[in-house]
Design a protein around this ligand. Structure first.
Ligand code: HEM
Length: 395
């Protein structure tokens, strides 16, 4: 086997991390990066145990491996940078906005958004699936839930895109990403001041009331949470949509099965989450000396939990490197597990189902230009920034 290398900062790894994951799982399931000092954890059982153990694997420095967030992680990552019990209290307040009823009520809105967006593309033969469609819907949905005015939504998307961009080889946050995060905070701080003057029944109202009634969210925490929702709620779902159409196109027999039976779209969504997880990795900091497998992790070290690798672990999934719609994906870790399990999981699944159902209705014979597709540059998120598609219609 080739030499063990795993560098999440290299574009080559970001492009296709799966061969490195396989080597890690087989040769060094807990591996210390000599260059960056973090410990990569690659097997499903170890990743799952770490996700369930916040007392030893803490979120307090945030969930990305880049340096620079340690001091003000909560301002950037909100509840994703908190540990229990503080985390659980804050999450309980916020999760009132994500009840199954509230999420379910959004389906007609999401469908109308998808249909309108596709109708606007009906004369095009070639589109960019990401910028013309996938990026549009999730951001609109979270902005709608929060009550962000339509006129502001484009700038929010630009901030969000700039925030996840990384320069090749660098383990620091680029200045453009830092600036974008400041801009987004600035936007929300004005917006919260304004929103407080109005009484609201939407998600923003729920979050703001949680603060106003003297419960535990400070204004800074409210802003941080809005910030997290915009990022977590738009980038990841966009990547799920792009990865879904990409892999369906790469596996024609699977595609025929889904087109023949659209009730299988949810299975397509689940297998995409497993096979090419939009969030490939989440970071933790070790709270006290801990042993994982045969390796000792000292307190203070960073650990990188490779969700994308866990989801390809052959100890859990048969023929894990095959995209097989309809398989049992229940052990998949794409949305995390335990105390930080994705708060937007059912919303993401709803958005993905509706958007993909409408996409297949719109362009069942779509063809990708794989040569022209471009990956996002990120150490934690896997998806496309550009995915040119011909819609497969003559007129
Ligand atoms: C395909 C889409 C999505 C994926 C793959 C995804 C993935 C994840 C993962 C892996 C975590 C856990 C992180 C950790 O353990 O450190 C998480 C947490 C979270 N996600 Fe998602 N997510 C998605 C969509 C969404 C959406 C649509 C929203 C909201 C609108 C959302 C909001 C959140 C929040 C608030 C948390 C933090 C929960 C906590 O700390 O208790 N996510 N997500």
């Amino acid at each position: 086997m080739s030499e063990l290398q795993f560098d999440p900062f290299s574009y080559a790894t970001q492009e296709d991390p799966f061969p490195s994951y396989e080597r890690l799982r087989e040769q060094a399931p807990v591996w210390r990066s000599p260059e960056h000092g973090f410990y990569a954890i690659a097997r499903h059982a170890d990743v799952l145990a770490a996700l369930r153990d916040p007392a030893r694997f803490s979120n307090r420095q945030g969930i990305v491996i880049e340096s620079g967030f340690e001091q003000n992680a909560i301002a950037i990552f909100s509840i994703l940078a908190m540990d229990p019990p503080r985390h659980d209290q804050a999450r309980a307040l916020i999760s009132r906005g994500f009840t199954p009823r509230r999420v379910g009520e959004l389906e007609p809105y999401i469908r109308a958004l998808a249909v309108t967006r596709l109708a606007a593309l009906r004369d095009a033969r070639r589109i960019d699936f990401i910028t013309d469609y996938a990026a549009e819907i999730p951001l609109q949905v979270i902005c709608e839930m929060l009550g962000v005015p339509e006129a502001d939504r484009n700038s929010l998307r630009e901030f969000a895109d700039a925030m996840v961009h990384r320069d090749e080889g660098s383990s620091d946050i680029p200045p453009s990403a830092v600036q974008a995060s400041l801009d987004l905070r600035g936007y929300f701080s004005d917006w919260v001041a304004d929103a407080k003057r109005r009484s609201r029944e939407d998600l923003a109202g729920t979050i703001l009331r949680a603060e106003i009634e003297g419960e535990r969210l400070s204004e800074d925490e409210v802003i941080g949470f809005l910030f997290l929702l915009v990022l977590a709620g738009s980038e990841t779902t966009r990547n799920l949509l792009g990865n879904a159409v990409y892999w369906l196109w790469r596996y024609p027999e699977q595609r025929a099965a889904v087109i023949g039976d659209p009730s299988r779209v949810p299975e397509w969504v689940e297998e995409t989450l497993r096979f090419d997880s939009p969030t490939q990795a989440v970071a933790r900091v070790i709270e006290r000396d801990t042993r994982v497998g045969a390796v000792d992790l000292p307190a203070g070290a960073r650990a990188l939990l490779l969700l994308g690798s866990a989801n390809r672990d052959p100890r859990v999934f048969d023929a894990a490197d095959e995209f097989r719609i309809g398989r049992d994906t229940s052990a998949m870790l794409a949305m995390g597990q335990g105390t930080h399990f994705c708060l937007g999981a059912s919303l993401a699944r709803l958005e993905a189902r509706v958007c993909l159902e409408e996409w297949l209705r719109f362009a069942p014979a779509y063809e990708l230009d794989a040569e022209a597709a471009q990956r996002l540059r990120s150490t934690s998120v896997h998806g496309f920034s550009t995915l040119p598609v011909s819609v497969g219609r003559d007129s």
